[in-house]
Design a binder for this molecule. Structure first.
Ligand code: DC
Length: 227
């Protein structure tokens, strides 16, 4: 039986550091919608790959592990914590080593199949904001509202650098910029579900705009759809 949808499905795609998480979280809160950070799910898989020592070439082990993960997003004040099989992994998945590994595991067919299935199940009732790389193109091509959030690479690296510094992780800016460019390249050129703009997506450039301005523009577009 098809699940009755309650509200809209909103997709936010774009490269890392474009501000998808902050904007997505705020947008979901303002609308009273569920927020699903799919990048955090790829990061959770990366963390488990590392902990369990799973070989990246072992597609079947990757699929089995990824499809068995129980992932939940729990709002805590202004933040949303991510739990994986009952453990709070919010901090662990942000380490640079896990960012790199997440980009690697996200190339794997088994991982993508498992996570896309979980994401569709999590948002089947609608009233959801999902952010990632392939939401408007693959996970929910029928989403009623699709945003593509972008920003200049230098600005994205600056935000990432500040975020890492705030977490007490020492890293130099040039290295952060190189990592951002490397991940853009990986995400846009992988064989399966590469990052690209969905044809009917709304492009928002956040380079010179605050989160509030971005969210206001998003809300305006969502309201237009709801009319
Ligand atoms: O958004 P993020 O930086 O937390 O994402 C981590 C990695 O996961 C990133 O390299 C791209 C990948 N990813 C993906 O392939 N598909 C998604 N829907 C979300 C993230």
């Amino acid at each position: 039986m098809k699940t009755e949808k309650k509200g809209l499905t909103i997709a936010i795609d774009g490269p890392s550091g474009a501000g998808k998480s902050t904007a997505g979280r705020t947008l979901a809160k303002r609308l009273g919608y569920t927020y699903i950070d799919t990048g955090a799910m790829y990061r959770a898989v990366a963390l488990k790959v590392k902990e369990k020592g799973i070989e990246l070439k072992d597609e079947s082990a990757l699929y089995q592990m990824a499809s068995s993960l129980h992932i939940t997003f729990v709002p805590m004040g202004e933040e949303i914590h991510i739990y994986c099989n009952g453990e709070d992994i919010s901090e662990a998945i942000r380490l640079p080593e896990i960012s790199h590994l997440a980009s690697e595991v996200s190339k794997k067919k088994g991982v993508r199949e498992a996570l896309v299935e979980i994401q569709r199940e999590m948002a089947k009732e609608g009233s959801a904001v999902l952010e990632g790389r392939d939401i408007g193109t693959v996970v929910f091509p029928e989403a009623e509202v699709k945003f593509y959030l972008d920003a200049d690479p230098e600005e994205r690296a600056k935000r990432r650098f500040q975020e890492l510094m705030a977490r007490g992780i020492q890293i130099d800016f040039q290295k952060t910029l190189e990592e951002v460019l490397q991940r853009d390249h990986n995400d846009m050129h992988r064989a399966i579900s590469p990052l690209k703009r969905a044809e009917n997506s709304i492009l928002i450039d956040s380079t010179h705009r605050s989160v509030e301005e971005v969210v206001e523009e998003m809300l305006k577009k969502v309201e237009e759809k709801r009319r």
